[in-house]
Design a protein around this ligand. Structure first.
Ligand code: ZN
Length: 232
């Protein structure tokens, strides 16, 4: 609905209009990934696999222009003629999106995890993000650093379990002594020394197992349901 008439208005988009367009997209994307309301537009749209609307508008405009040019010559554009134009525009969109993500203003950890694999991420047709996995990938969740610096609900970013000075998703999954037994079980299942692979390819089959393991660890360890309260 938001992209209705996109071929008409996309060329006239100003920086201000793009900013306005991003507000509703962020709200929708945050809901889709079941993330906290504080998750940035960059991270939310990336995890939701919802490219910036202004770029999606460009794809629609490209197809529209092609079809219009055929009609102007008295031809009726067929689906077979349009498909390669749409595919080409989609490839360009991914490249533009990747370039946009070169220096993100927010969502750095999420971008670092996914940007190198953006093309495959966009094309994937499997897997879902759970509430807890979204917390791991965004860092916005029941972690001391988030609760202190962003949610401002904790006096310090320290870990309640082991007293480490900064509690992050990485700390919970890789370091915190309190979750040693769960971590060992996870590593045994995944045959990996380090369970947290956010900085690596999040799509590899093995790593999907790891992410599922992370989900289990958080479910058992932190009892996240309702404890910190989702922003969505
Ligand atoms: Zn700890």
């Amino acid at each position: 609905m938001a992209l209705y008439g996109a071929p008409i208005w996309c060329d006239a988009l100003t920086t201000r209009n793009k900013t306005l367009l991003r507000r509703p997209q962020r709200v929708i994307a945050v809901r889709a990934i079941r993330g906290y309301r504080t998750v940035s537009w960059t991270a939310a749209t990336l995890l939701a696999n919802d490219p910036p609307w202004e770029l999606q508008a460009e794809v629609l405009a490209e197809v529209y222009r092609f079809r219009s040019s055929l009609r102007a010559r008295g031809q009726v554009p067929s689906a077979d003629q349009t498909a390669p134009i749409r595919a080409q525009a989609q490839r360009a969109l991914i490249q533009w999106w990747k370039e946009d993500l070169e220096s993100p203003a927010a969502g750095l950890a999420t971008v670092d995890a996914i940007r190198p694999h953006l093309r495959r991420w966009v094309r994937r047709r499997h897997g879902v993000l759970t509430f807890r996995l979204t917390q791991v990938l965004t860092g916005h969740g029941c972690f001391g650093k988030y609760l202190h610096q962003i949610a401002r609900r904790e006096a310090t970013p320290a870990c309640h379990e082991c007293g480490a000075p900064i509690d992050t998703a990485r700390h919970t999954l890789e370091e915190c002594a309190a979750w040693g037994p769960q971590r060992h079980a996870l590593v045994a299942v995944t045959d990996r020394r380090r369970p947290l692979v956010v900085e690596r390819d999040p799509l590899h089959a093995r790593q999907r197992e790891v992410l599922v393991g992370c989900d289990l660890l958080l479910r058992r360890g932190h009892g996240f349901e309702g404890g910190c309260g989702a922003g969505a």
